[in-house]
Design a protein around this ligand. Structure first.
Ligand code: AMP
Length: 359
């Protein structure tokens, strides 16, 4: 079976790496010349909106998926009209606009931080009064890794934030003084069967994910699963979905969903019975889902900018290195490393060996 993937970045690369043992082949469409999944399959090199290449892509695969959430709606419709596309196009559009996404959470009775759309400078004053400060002004579309965001701490910050972000639809969200950030990675099969990985505690710096630790028996596991199931069932979802939450006062507040395999699920390659990548492929190919159970204790570190020397990393027992074949640039994710251990105590000891090496 040949799987078409829109996008050929590191997520496409890890999907292909998980797919070869299942006898799956891959074709990628990505405008980037040095797309890092390209060595793992056929690479169609064109803009997503190039209908001729898009038609070639559809003709080359049995079913299609995507590895980034900003696939234009028209592209998703073009593909879905020719081959099965999973997750379904309505899942893409649900996550593309932060306002629509928050309204969906409201409709599904999932708590969200206070928010208001902002279409004009005066509306920002009104929103700041209603939502309250501190707050975060965000672009409704195309933001990722903290890009397109400005934190407003006092009234004097509004002008500068407006000048930086105006010109596109915006949303103001209350700043959540969270205790923790959690994500729930789940997978839903074509038959509606669902499986959930243990919730993951994530640490971000400068809006970029730094570490992810799957939790053992987290008190919020059942609630996170319940919220994720509501969204997945509502969207008639197929594949892996990630739901990011803030935890404040011991409660979950929805941040955002990603209709794809997720950075906070990379630990599943070594840390779970079946990885998020294999489970995504199983789901879209119509195979039974694999076990999401933990194999032990682990932590995932993103490698951002210039990674540590392999000679140093490879000395750390239990460390699994993943390079993405990308040229290092400041603030760019070029790989990740997952540290595994048999016990929580052993994990703490091993972390002390790797943490001084990682920025
Ligand atoms: P996002 O792209 O919306 O997921 O934001 C990236 C990161 O910025 C989040 O994971 C948080 O660490 C931080 N952040 C975003 N929105 C808020 C918020 N409303 N309150 C507090 N921190 C936030």
């Amino acid at each position: 079976m040949k799987i078409g993937i829109l996008g050929a970045g590191q997520l496409g690369r890890m999907l292909a790496l998980a797919g070869y043992p299942l006898d799956l082949d891959f074709v990628f469409l990505d405008p980037a010349v040095e797309a890092c999944a390209a060595p793992l399959g056929e690479h169609l090199h064109a803009e997503y909106t190039d209908d001729t290449t898009l038609a070639k892509f559809c003709a080359a695969c049995d079913l299609a998926t995507y590895e980034f959430e900003n696939v234009p709606a028209a592209v998703a419709e073009f593909v879905a009209a020719r081959v099965p596309l999973y997750p379904p196009p309505q899942a893409l559009s649900a996550g593309q606009d932060r306002l629509g996404e928050k309204r969906l959470f409201d409709r599904l009775n999932i708590p969200v931080p206070r928010y208001m759309p902002v279409a004009a400078r005066e509306a920002l004053d009104v929103a700041a009064k209603n939502v309250g400060l501190p707050a975060v002004l965000k672009t409704r579309r195309m933001g990722y890794d903290g890009k397109g965001q400005a934190v407003l701490r006092q009234d004097g910050d509004l002008d500068a934030a407006w000048q930086r972000l105006a010109g596109q639809p915006l949303i103001l969200e209350a700043f959540v003084a969270f205790e923790r950030e959690l994500s729930c990675i789940a997978v839903r099969g074509r038959d509606g069967d669902m499986a959930f990985y243990p919730v993951v505690e994530n640490v971000h710096r400068d809006g970029i994910l730094r570490t992810s630790v799957p939790q053992h028996d987290d008190p919020l596991q059942a609630l996170a699963q319940d919220y994720t199931r509501r969204v997945a069932e509502h969207l008639d979802y197929v594949g892996v979905i990630a739901f990011e939450f803030f935890v404040a006062d011991g409660q979950l507040y929805a941040n955002e969903i990603a209709p794809r395999v997720h950075n906070s699920g990379h630990w599943t390659i070594e840390g779970a019975e079946v990885s998020q990548f294999e489970n995504h492929l199983r789901a879209i190919a119509g195979l039974p889902l694999g076990s999401t159970a933990l194999r032990g204790h682990c932590v995932m570190f993103n490698l951002i900018g210039q990674p540590p020397d392999d000679n140093d990393m490879a000395r750390v027992p239990g460390l699994h290195i993943h390079h993405y074949g990308k040229t290092p640039k400041p603030q760019r994710k070029v790989g990740h490393a997952t540290l595994t251990a048999e016990s929580a105590v052993q994990l703490v000891r091993r972390r002390a060996l790797i943490e001084p090496l990682i920025r």
